[in-house]
Design a protein around this ligand. Structure first.
Ligand SMILES: C[S@@+](CC[C@H](N)C(=O)[O-])C[C@H]1O[C@@H](n2cnc3c(N)ncnc32)[C@H](O)[C@@H]1O
Length: 276
């Protein structure tokens, strides 16, 4: 379904007027794709959709959840995790505490990747891990640490790239140290010591502040700002700048970067933006 700019305007106004959400500063192309899919999945025209949103608050929550893109992977972009292991995290290893905030953490594979990496570096015990997303459904999945094995099997090669680059038969770091794979039940279940570690909070980067009320050494906001326009990107760079420790750094997605006024406030070294 080809949506007109006017349809999207109607949709955005309707969400904004009837909820606390505001997608006006999302980039239009992906928004159009998601709203089109929402309409076709619900067999609705825009007028019906906005009417249903005005009658049913729960439906707005459903709409918001279907607008967000939640794709994620274990150790997504292994070269970033290798950089974290070799160059970025070692800077913080002598600190008493290491605080990490995953924003837009989706179903949590990024959060578990970080905890596994920190454990391999003997730093997990002194790390505080925080994770947030606008979508509470994905946070609930993250809290269980249980995934469909078939959806995650392909990403075990990312794990191997980070921890087992040269091993063939016997893995240096066996998967069973961190998760149990049940092929029959199609489950991948993270070990309890990882599942119970993070603190979760619903945080909407459009309207909320840092609701954890602490400062961070590392903020990961990966593959989230790609959906935001310039104005909203700058708003979140401001939020991250103000909530990083003086030597802290921000990690973005591989195809994301800091542009505009905030580029002067950070120094990019390999995959990290360090606060200046
Ligand atoms: C593509 S996923 C990225 C997951 C993970 N960071 C990664 O790189 O694999 C984007 C996530 O950003 C979340 N998101 C979108 N808009 C948001 C907002 N305004 N505030 C917080 N999270 C948001 C989505 O719900 C989704 O879970």
């Amino acid at each position: 379904m080809d949506l007109l700019d006017n349809d999207i305007k109607l949709f955005l106004e309707s969400v904004k007027n009837r909820s606390n959400y505001d997608f006006s500063n999302y980039s239009p192309s992906s928004l159009k794709r998601r709203v089109s899919k929402l309409l076709s999945d619900n067999h609705m025209e825009m007028a019906e959709l906005t009417e249903k949103m005005s009658e049913d608050r729960k439906f707005i929550e459903k709409v918001v959840k279907s607008i967000t893109v939640n794709t994620t992977e274990l150790f997504r972009d292994p070269k970033v995790w290798i950089d974290l292991k070799e160059n970025i995290i070692p800077r913080y290893k002598s600190k008493e505490k290491i605080s990490v905030w995953h924003t837009g953490s989706s179903t949590g594979q990024e959060v578990f990747s970080m905890m596994i990496l920190l454990r391999e570096m003997n730093l997990l015990e002194k790390a505080d891990i925080y994770a947030s997303d606008i979508n509470t459904d994905v946070l609930e999945i993250s809290k269980t640490g249980t995934y469909k094995y078939s959806f995650n099997r392909d990403y075990l090669k990312n794990f191997d790239e980070v921890f087992n680059p040269n091993s063939s038969d016997k893995l240096n770091v066996p998967y069973s140290k961190y998760f149990i794979i049940d092929n029959l039940q199609d489950k991948l279940k993270m070990k309890e010591f990882l599942v119970e570690k993070p603190t979760y909070q619903k945080i909407d980067l459009v309207r909320d502040e840092n609701l954890f009320n602490i400062k961070f050494d590392l903020i990961l906001c990966r593959n989230v700002i790609i959906y935001f326009n310039y104005e909203l990107q700058n708003k979140v760079f401001n939020l991250f700048y103000n909530n990083l420790n003086d030597d802290g750094c921000l990690i973005l997605g591989l195809h994301e970067s800091i542009i505009g006024p905030y580029s002067g406030y950070f120094e990019k070294k390999s995959y990290a933006y360090f606060k200046k």
